[in-house]
Design a protein around this ligand. Structure first.
Ligand code: PDD
Length: 289
């Protein structure tokens, strides 16, 4: 089946998709992106992803490349043309093409690229064993709530993780608190010992983290189940002493984390609450767009 992409108003064969050498995304990373998961042919939380795209654009004063409704139609078209059943829609918007100059160009249209990618489900062995993470200092800028295409610290951290045989890197701020993963949000389930209740913990939304759409859905679903939630920071030591840990993202959904820097979390096996949240999220994904 031919694969298409959408570049500045045109559907093109994927291999022919290209941007100008003076695109500000290419030259300055002056742009933002979104990743929308597609599950059984339907997008998960498309509206929330497009709202976050609008937010990222507004924060950087980049004009929206298209109105919402036509944009939704283009995305749907691309999913259908590419026969995408399970995978990701990737969208990138930059401030456009202009002679290289740091300040904003005056009369430039935003540039838009959309691609899709079929992905395999998370391997059964990874789900059964859980993921390992390594910790790294969070050396990113102070506006991580904006989904900027400038991802050098993220890719360096992920590369470190990969070279250590780990799935993800958890980034730690100057106070010793975990912010998030290089491309995922980070969670723990605290031990309910000494009369303390079990609590699902993740860092609150702020400029310090990307407000994950999967994170938001999992919080809402956990609340519906009357599970105890706490949006606060946690240290690596607290994560190691936790009963369970997991991560969330558009590509991994809910994935157990069983080792941090080579040490086991809880029993070292995926925890029951994490497994339950993954199942609940998958049921939700079956019925949403
Ligand atoms: N990453 N934190 C960061 C830094 C991310 O890049 C992502 C998403 C998340 C999870 O957000 P969401 O649940 O909305 O996917 C958290 C995407 C998938 C990526 O960069 O490919």
């Amino acid at each position: 089946m031919p694969r298409y992409c959408f570049v500045n108003g045109r559907y093109l064969a994927h291999r022919d998709g290209a941007v100008h050498i003076e695109d500000r995304g290419y030259q300055f990373a002056d742009g933002v992106y979104e990743v929308i998961p597609v599950h059984q042919g339907r997008m998960i939380d498309a509206t929330a992803h497009l709202n976050r795209l609008d937010y990222s654009l507004a924060e950087l004063r980049i004009a929206a490349p298209m109105a919402r409704r036509p944009l939704e139609i283009v995305i749907r078209q691309l999913i259908d043309r590419n026969g995408l059943t399970n995978g990701l829609v990737y969208m990138q918007v930059t401030r456009g093409v202009a002679p290289r100059d740091h300040k904003f160009p005056k009369h430039t249209d935003s540039a838009l690229v959309i691609t899709t990618k079929q992905t395999k489900p998370v391997a059964a062995s990874l789900l059964a064993q859980g993921a390992s993470v390594v910790t790294r200092p969070d050396i990113r800028w102070q506006r991580r709530d904006i989904k900027s295409i400038s991802l050098l610290p993220n890719i360096l951290a992920k590369q470190d993780a990969t070279e250590q045989g780990a799935y993800e890197a958890w980034l730690v701020d100057e106070k010793g608190l975990v912010t998030e993963g290089s491309s995922t949000n980070a969670w723990i389930v605290t031990a309910g010992r000494d009369g303390k209740p079990v609590e699902i913990v993740t860092r609150p939304r702020s400029h310090d983290i990307l407000g994950g759409i999967t994170r938001q859905a999992v919080l809402a679903l956990a609340k519906e189940q009357n599970l105890r939630l706490a949006e606060r920071g946690f240290t690596v030591d607290e994560a190691l002493a936790a009963e369970e840990a997991f991560l969330t993202s558009s590509s991994a959904f809910v994935l157990p984390v069983t080792r941090i820097d080579g040490k086991p979390v809880g029993s070292g096996k995926p925890g029951p609450l994490t497994q339950r949240l993954r199942e609940i999220y998958l049921q939700y994904a079956d019925h949403t767009e």
